[in-house]
Write a new protein. Structure first.
Length: 231
């Protein structure tokens, strides 16, 4: 092999440069393809996550389709700490829920005839009897809408209704301290004042005389007059 003819190879000086360009171009193209693939993968991931989010919508739609329970009111009377009108959710609220809202029953209450787990409906009249009271089961929980469609007027009450109303009232001349405390707004102190007045002044001739007892004014008497008697 003879000596290299540099004069001959000098005219191909550009070949190494072309080779470097081709190699660099290949590396650059590979880098671009990798970057492009990375962008596509990120877009696919975003698209997948955005498709999962709408799955929460059916839950809200189901919640909207569920109708809330209708509301109503009941009239609570008798041996409870705070008798009166109470709101309920029809078909959901139970009797013990209302009694709890009314401050529970008094010590003189007799609840053995009541179903404390009963679900309540609108417009019920509920009476919690006291110990020793003879109250028919039909009088404990009444629904005006299902009582025959006839209203009993106060001008011409039936004998049975009149007797049950009288027995449900507290006799100011006979009630002890515990029975007096079942009345609206009457606590231990006022109950003792009523008994002291009765012992000093004699029996009450009419219920209006209750206003002569200290601490019982016209407003308190207005709340009590439907719950008391002197017979």
């Amino acid at each position: 092999m003879g000596p290299i003819n540099w004069q001959r190879w000098r005219q191909f000086w550009w070949l190494p440069i072309v080779g470097l360009i081709l190699i660099g171009g290949g590396l650059w193209g590979r880098h671009q393809r990798t970057a492009h693939q990375r962008v596509e993968n990120q877009q696919l991931l975003k698209g997948a996550s955005s498709k999962k989010q709408p799955s929460a919508k059916p839950k809200s739609q189901n919640n909207q389709s569920e109708q809330p329970a209708k509301g109503g009111f009941i009239d609570l009377k008798g041996a409870v700490n705070h008798p009166g009108i109470y709101p309920i959710k029809i078909g959901q609220t139970r009797l013990f829920d209302v009694l709890k809202a009314a401050g529970d029953v008094t010590e003189a209450a007799e609840t053995s005839q009541l179903n404390l787990a009963q679900k309540l409906t609108d417009q019920l009249i509920i009476y919690v009897p006291r110990k020793g009271e003879a109250i028919e089961a039909a009088e404990l929980i009444k629904n005006p809408e299902t009582s025959g469609g006839q209203e009993v007027t106060t001008e011409q009450p039936t004998t049975a209704t009149n007797e049950s109303t009288i027995s449900a009232k507290i006799n100011l001349n006979q009630a002890d301290s515990a029975q007096l405390q079942t009345l609206s707004g009457i606590g231990p102190k006022k109950a003792e004042q009523i008994i002291a007045y009765r012992d000093e002044q004699g029996k009450f001739e009419k219920i209006e005389e209750l206003q002569k007892v200290g601490g019982i004014g016209p407003k308190t008497f207005e709340q009590l007059q439907s719950q008391i008697c002197v017979e």
